[in-house]
Design a protein around this ligand. Structure first.
Ligand SMILES: Nc1ncnc2c1ncn2[C@@H]1O[C@H](COP(=O)(O)OP(=O)(O)OP(=O)(O)O)[C@@H](O)[C@H]1O
Ligand SMILES: [Mg+2]
Length: 249
């Protein structure tokens, strides 16, 4: 058995009778940054959601730190307390201030007092340059600020593994930049990250590995620069070409 932080083997999953993931194997080492690329509908979000059991796998195995992810409530609590998740649509609670949003997971999953949780939440917000937004409500923030606050919330529990699902895709192009900057900052911290993103510059500069998924299967994976600059599979090449023309056009 390898000592990888995340080990996914033979993962199959879907909705109702429709199979979406058709046998996925991915390992992520401690501190490793892995970017997942793939067309819309290929199963990227489903893959991320299977890791903390938000979508129930049909078969295969997921291990985090050697612990097999399964529906046992005590196991799920431990697993979820070691993972930070940033969803495709930013999803802060609208009726809570940014500070409360970031502090809440610390109270719920780490059992901290409100005072202690808010102290840590403030320090994480400060670290990401969001300290002054602590007392605001999500709707008072720009989309980019909301997504950065969602990243702060995911980081507050000091997760071993950070899952990010297209953190910039819901944003207007001019707001993406600040979120990408935040991603660079987080990537420097030595925490393992599994990121679905089509920000190719980020993938090239910050990722160790790129995994290209299509129709629920891994088409190609390897060193980030290698895959992005010299893809071996025609499908990967075509996908990258389309993505680049969309971004420059
Ligand atoms: N809750 C759900 N119930 C039923 N079908 C779903 C559900 N969520 C996703 N699907 C379907 O599963 C397939 C994979 O969806 P998924 O969201 O994982 O793709 P994706 O690669 O993340 O796409 P995108 O790039 O558009 O976010 C799609 O056909 C989608 O319609
Ligand atoms: Mg998705």
């Amino acid at each position: 058995m390898s000592g990888d932080l995340l080990q996914i083997s033979g993962l199959r999953a879907g909705y109702e009778k429709v199979e979406v993931l058709r046998g996925i194997d991915i390992n992520v080492k401690r501190g490793e940054k892995v970017v997942i690329l793939g067309p819309s509908g290929s199963g990227k979000s489903t893959l991320l959601k299977c890791i903390p059991y938000l979508v129930k796998p049909w078969s295969g195995e997921i291990r985090i730190n050697g612990l097999v992810v399964n529906p046992d409530p005590a196991i799920l609590r431990r697993i979820r307390a070691s993972i930070g998740f940033v969803f495709q649509q930013y999803n802060l609670f609208p009726h809570m201030t940014v500070l409360r949003n970031v502090a809440l997971p610390l109270e719920l999953s780490k059992g901290m007092s409100r005072r202690e949780a808010e102290r840590i939440a403030q320090s994480v917000l400060d670290m990401l340059g969001l300290g002054e937004l602590a007392g605001k409500y999500p709707l008072e923030l720009s989309g980019g600020q909301q997504q950065r606050a969602a990243i702060a919330r995911a980081l507050a529990i000091d997760p071993k593994l950070l899952l990010l699902d297209e953190p910039t895709s819901a944003l207007d192009p001019e707001l993406r930049y600040e979120v990408v900057e935040t991603l660079y900052q987080v990537a420097k911290q030595g925490r393992a990250m599994l990121i679905v993103t089509h920000e190719l510059d980020f993938a090239e500069a910050a990722a160790d590995r790129v995994v290209f998924i299509d129709e629920g299967l891994i088409v190609e994976e390897g060193d980030a620069r290698e895959v992005l600059e010299r893809p071996k599979k025609e499908r990967t090449e075509r996908f990258l070409r389309r993505l680049r023309s969309r971004h420059s056009g």
